[in-house]
Design a protein around this ligand. Structure first.
Ligand code: IPD
Ligand code: CA
Ligand code: CA
Ligand code: CA
Length: 256
């Protein structure tokens, strides 16, 4: 499928899923604990992941799928395309605030054909695109990032990292204009892509950052694993999204 057509199809699935989420918010949510009381999954996370998986299988049965809530398909196939799904990113926000969450899909492909989608439903904002098609907020093209240094920008760092001062996080914050925390990786990455903040750093799983990485790199943001050679799509890593100048500063400060 041609890349513009593919992005239209995926956006239509996200809008349809958004309607389902709004509908589900009219009824009480059912939440189950996963690894701890702060790590939950709701009936809606599962329903939306299943919805995306059925759409992908219908149109692209050979493709590989990785979903946060357990969807996994065609891992042994020699397929060209991998889909990563985070059905509701910011589940705790979704459950407690019914706000500050997003739906994310990444399509990893060769030769610059990758696409990322971060849909912040409650603001009706779809951030989408990739290296070949460019990045858009709804229909408006997003510009290449302005390379602001840490001292001129707001940053977002995972709260656990700040509390435990991992990677010298408190010093990084002191050298910035200030910290903002939203509790949703997709929204945090969106703010960096849109140039509202200069960096985001957190422990992330592949589905938390895959869509964001495709979008961020397409507008000139550095995306890297802070203490490893490279990002892999197979495990949890500490991931930094930053303007090039801020990224160099974060690297220096974390070693102090
Ligand atoms: C989580 C959120 C959160 C981030 C966690 C993620 P989930 O995703 O994005 O902001 O700090 O690392 O796991 O579980 O709500 O999809
Ligand atoms: Ca989760
Ligand atoms: Ca999720
Ligand atoms: Ca997530």
């Amino acid at each position: 499928m041609e890349i513009n057509r593919l992005s239209d199809v995926v956006k239509s699935w996200l809008y349809e899923a958004g309607e389902m989420v709004l509908e589900a918010l009219n009824a009480p949510l059912k939440a189950d604990e996963k690894s701890s009381r702060k790590d939950i999954v709701t009936n809606v996370d599962k329903e939306i992941e299943q919805f995306f998986v059925s759409k992908i299988i219908e149109q692209f049965p050979e493709d590989r799928i990785i979903g946060e809530e357990g969807a996994s398909r065609n891992h042994d196939n020699d397929t060209q395309r991998t889909w990563l799904i985070d059905p509701i990113d910011g589940t705790l926000n979704f459950y407690k605030q019914k706000d500050y969450f997003c739906l994310m899909i990444a399509i990893e492909q060769e030769q610059g054909d990758s696409l990322g989608f971060i849909y912040e439903l409650m603001r009706d904002e779809m951030l989408w695109g990739g290296p070949k098609v460019g990045v858009y907020l709804n229909d408006k093209r997003v510009s290449m990032v302005v390379d602001q240094p840490l001292r001129d920008g707001l940053i977002n760092i995972n709260s656990g990292m700040v509390i435990n001062n991992r990677y010298n996080a408190q010093q990084i914050i002191k050298q910035s204009l200030g910290i903002r925390m939203v509790g949703c990786a997709g929204i945090a990455i969106k703010e960096v892509v849109l140039g509202k903040q200069v960096a985001y750093m957190s422990y992330l799983q592949p589905w938390d950052y895959a869509a964001g990485r495709i979008l961020a790199e397409s507008v000139g943001i550095v995306v890297a694993a802070i203490d490893e050679e490279q990002l892999t799509l197979t495990k949890r890593q500490v991931v930094v999204f930053a303007t090039p100048a801020t990224y160099q500063e974060i690297r220096k400060i974390k070693e102090l």
